[in-house]
Ligand binder design. Structure first.
Ligand SMILES: [Zn+2]
Length: 240
């Protein structure tokens, strides 16, 4: 159920729905959300607030999506929502760190992204706090950049079964993670992934090679480079 909080909406729906998509959340309406909302699955879209203070009053919420918050600088209040099992953060241009998320002891799935469609990335200091979320089994990083440009500490996520990375991380780091985590991942990290884009010359499906600034290649027309880059990745995994 979607409710636009900046227009007319039903407070009864806000109080009774188990699944809610609340849009345009201003500071005026925030106390009402905190006192009335009982949703298990909650999406807050276009947060006009400067702070998420008080969000820990949403004690029924297990699955939380926070999307598009121009002013919010910290997720510390979210870290007190101890029953969360799923958390998705998208398009938080002022967020710089994830400190506190490791307190989410029931969290099994985390999704972090910048703005959709390749706009401004999520710019964080470090991925390190994520590695201390003890039950994490699914992690997705999309359009995210880290000041400490190192994702190899994800090797410490011993329960991780699903890891999704957009193609903007260092290839040797991904190869390192592949060498350590592929045994536990449902879908291994590989040298390339097949795409739905067709080759201009022969109409075959192209593949996107793993890693920052790596090319899309056609297995038929770019055979030697295709094989060379595949071997390189395997060698990096071997040497990692
Ligand atoms: Zn081709």
């Amino acid at each position: 159920m979607m409710l636009c909080l900046d227009g007319q909406f039903s407070e009864q729906e806000l109080s009774e729905r188990d699944e809610l998509d609340l849009r345009n959340v201003s500071a005026n309406i925030w106390p009402t959300v905190l006192s009335r909302c009982k949703a298990n699955e909650l999406r807050l879209y276009n947060l006009k607030l400067a702070s998420l203070e008080g969000i820990d009053r949403l004690t029924n919420t297990r699955r939380l999506t926070l999307e598009w918050a121009k002013k919010i600088e910290t997720l510390e209040p979210v870290s007190r929502l101890s029953g969360l099992t799923y958390l998705a953060i998208g398009d938080f241009p002022r967020l710089r760190h994830l400190d506190g998320l490791e307190k989410l002891s029931e969290l099994t799935e985390l999704r972090l992204s910048g703005s959709q469609g390749g706009g401004s990335p999520l710019r964080l200091e470090s991925i390190e706090p994520v590695t201390r979320i003890s039950k994490l089994t699914r992690l997705s990083l999309a359009n995210a950049k880290f000041e400490i440009d190192d994702i190899t500490s994800l090797v410490r996520c011993t329960h991780l079964r699903h890891l999704s990375l957009t193609n903007q991380f260092d290839r040797s780091q991904v190869a390192f993670l592949a060498s350590r985590l592929n045994k536990q991942l449902a879908e291994p990290l590989t040298a390339y992934v097949k795409t739905h884009l067709r080759c201009m010359k022969c109409n075959s499906l192209t593949s996107m090679f793993t890693g920052r600034r790596m090319p899309f290649l056609c297995p038929a027309c770019d055979t030697s480079r295709f094989e060379k880059l595949t071997r390189q990745f395997e060698q990096m995994m071997h040497n990692a």
